[in-house]
Design a protein around this ligand. Structure first.
Ligand code: DGY
Length: 323
């Protein structure tokens, strides 16, 4: 049995597959594969372990011989899941293990943005650390403020816990369905989307990218937010409209933004958001810790091993494939 892996993954996951008797063929070049290369490389493989690779209908139809596809991510917005189900390929993801690390990244962006930390660091490098001015370089405080979570699932819950623990923040959230566990654990209140916009001092996005959430944070949404609010997105860049975000910051409709995800990725180095004092941008590193990436590789490997044994994969995103 042979698996094609679209990037080099942590040793922990690779070893698990090798120990299970699977031949592991990794794409070692530091560039993304084209669709044609992906089809060619998976042609003689039984499974695919996909890292940040778009798997569209064409690919899935051309690769219907695959017994399983394991994603090295919790998000599966870059896969045509419906097409995979139609050709009977189970798709697996890596839920749970990256919640802490991703929430840490959101927390880091919130704090860094509130104190303009990335901008201050750049200004020291540019030799701009001048005389001490008590009215310059002022940030805003987070203590006792209201955290609004858009998508209170596992990652949002971890972010909320950090914000309550560190700053005693009040938590409000907007989900399609109420999260009663979080309401009990965090004393969080469900609010409508408009109330979330109007009441949050920090609004943090932790939802999946779907047709309903795509472009959700646009001009009209930013216009409803508080002028002193901070917008944080560690989920997917397409959930916010980037030109509208830039304009909201320039017009002081909101105070700041922290992004681990942009639209497109990578963000162009000349992008005006990168030169704004109240904006912090990271290159999609939400889950990038040694511990979390190792754990993700293990879950992906478990999906591959089960799929190749003909068993139900443990973290399936398209359970209909088994009907
Ligand atoms: C995820 O797991 O979805 C991360 O964003 C990496 O893509």
């Amino acid at each position: 049995m042979k698996v094609f892996v679209t990037r080099v993954i942590p040793e922990e996951g690779r070893k698990l597959m090798i120990d299970a008797g699977i031949e592991v063929q990794e794409w070692k070049e530091k560039r993304a594969l084209s669709k044609e290369e992906l089809i060619a490389h998976t042609r003689d493989c039984d499974a695919l372990l996909s890292v940040s690779t778009r798997l569209d209908k064409d690919f899935l139809h051309a690769s219907r011989h695959l017994k399983v596809i394991a994603l090295h991510s919790v998000g599966y917005d870059n896969v045509d899941v419906e097409a995979a189900t139609a050709v009977k390929i189970p798709i697996g993801n890596t839920p749970g293990v990256l919640s802490g690390a991703t929430a840490d990244t959101a927390f880091l962006l919130m704090l860094a943005t509130s104190r303009k930390a990335f901008h201050m660091h750049k200004s020291i490098i540019k030799g701009e650390w001048g005389f001490f001015d008590p009215t310059a370089n002022l940030g805003i405080e987070l203590r006792g403020k209201t955290l609004g979570v858009f998508g209170l699932g596992k990652i949002g819950l971890e972010m909320a816990k950090c914000c309550i623990g560190a700053f005693g923040m009040q938590v409000i959230y907007h989900n399609r369905n109420r999260n009663e566990t979080a309401e009990k654990e965090l004393n969080a209140s469900w609010v409508s989307f408009d109330e979330l916009l109007e009441q949050s001092d920090v609004l943090t996005v932790h939802t999946a990218l779907t047709p309903e959430t795509e472009g959700k944070f646009d001009r009209s949404a930013f216009n409803k937010m508080k002028p002193h609010s901070i917008f944080i997105n560690t989920a997917r860049g397409a959930i916010h409209n980037e030109p509208d975000l830039l304009s909201a910051l320039l017009k002081k409709k909101i105070w700041g933004a922290g992004l681990d995800v942009t639209n497109p990725e990578p963000m162009h180095p000349d992008h005006p958001l990168l030169n704004m004092p109240n904006v912090s941008v990271l290159p999609h590193i939400g889950s990038a810790t040694e511990e979390t990436r190792a754990a993700m590789s293990v879950l992906a490997a478990r999906n591959i091993i089960a799929g190749l044994k003909g068993e139900r994969i443990p973290f399936v995103v398209n359970p209909d494939v088994y009907k």
